[in-house]
Design a protein around this ligand. Structure first.
Ligand code: GDP
Length: 193
C-alpha cells in the first residue's frame, strides 16, 4: 500500500465536483471487535454477516447518499482492517479525511476508553476542520450495556462531536449516522462562471 494512495483529496478536506455533489474521505477508528466492519457492510451492502470478516484494508468502500437539500454525498469509507494496533500508521490513515467516526461497543467500558484515546489522537494530529462522530455500537445488546448513553453523549458534547448509538445487527441508526454527518459537511461555495 503506497502512502500516495491514502490521500487523493483536496487540501481543504472536501474533494467536491461541485456544490451539490460532495465527495469525502471518512475513516473509522476504534477498538478491534466493536463492529466497524459490520457498520460499513450494513451501510454499503445493507447486510449483517458476523461470520464474514471482510478486509477492505487495501482500499475503501464507497456509498453515495442523497440528502433532503438535494446534495449528494459520496463517502469513501476506510476501515482499519485490524491495523488499529499500529498507532504509528494512524496519521497516514487519517490524513486527508474530512470525517472520522470513532466507534465503541456499548457493552465494553474498555472500548469506550479506547475511543477516548482516538479522539485525543485526532485532536492532536487530525485536520482542524475534521468532523468527528462518536458512535456507541451494538445498541441491541442493551441487557449487557456497560456504557450509558449519557456517558457517550456527555463526552461527545464536551469534545464537539456528533453522537449516536447504532446497531449494525438490527440496522438501527446506521443510515442516520451517515445522513447526519452529511448534513454537517461544509457546502463549498458555487464556482463563479
Ligand atoms: P471490527 O473489528 O471493529 O471491524 O468489528 P467487526 O465488524 O468485525 O465486528 C465484531 C463482531 O461484533 C462481529 O462478529 C459481530 O458479530 C459483532 N457485531 C458487530 N456489530 C454488532 C451489533 O450492532 N450488534 C451485535 N449484537 N453484534 C455486533
Amino acid at each position: 500500500r503506497s502512502p500516495g494512495k491514502l490521500g487523493g483529496l483536496n487540501s481543504d478536506n472536501t474533494a467536491s465536483n461541485d456544490a451539490k455533489n460532495l465527495r469525502v474521505k471518512l475513516v473509522l477508528l476504534g477498538d478491534s471487535g466493536v463492529g466497524k466492519s459490520c457498520i460499513v457492510l450494513r451501510f454499503v451492502r445493507g447486510q449483517f454477516d458476523p461470520t464474514s470478516k471482510v478486509t477492505i484494508g487495501a482500499s475503501f468502500l464507497s456509498q453515495t447518499i442523497a440528502l433532503l437539500d438535494s446534495t449528494t454525498v459520496k463517502f469513501e469509507i476506510w476501515d482499519t482492517a485490524g491495523q488499529e494496533r499500529y498507532a504509528a500508521l494512524a496519521p497516514l490513515y487519517y490524513r486527508g479525511a474530512a470525517v472520522a467516526v470513532i466507534v465503541y461497543d456499548i457493552t465494553s467500558q474498555e472500548s469506550f476508553h479506547k475511543a477516548q484515546y482516538w479522539v485525543k489522537e485526532l485532536q492532536k494530529h487530525g485536520g482542524p476542520d475534521m468532523i468527528m462522530a462518536l458512535v456507541g455500537n451494538k445498541a441491541d445488546l442493551h441487557e449487557r450495556r456497560e456504557v450509558s448513553a449519557e456517558s457517550g453523549m456527555d463526552y461527545a458534547e464536551r469534545n464537539g462531536m456528533f453522537f449516536i448509538e447504532t446497531s449494525a445487527k438490527t440496522a438501527d441508526n446506521i443510515n442516520q449516522l451517515f445522513e447526519e454527518i452529511g448534513k454537517l459537511l461544509p457546502r463549498p461555495a458555487p464556482a463563479l462562471s
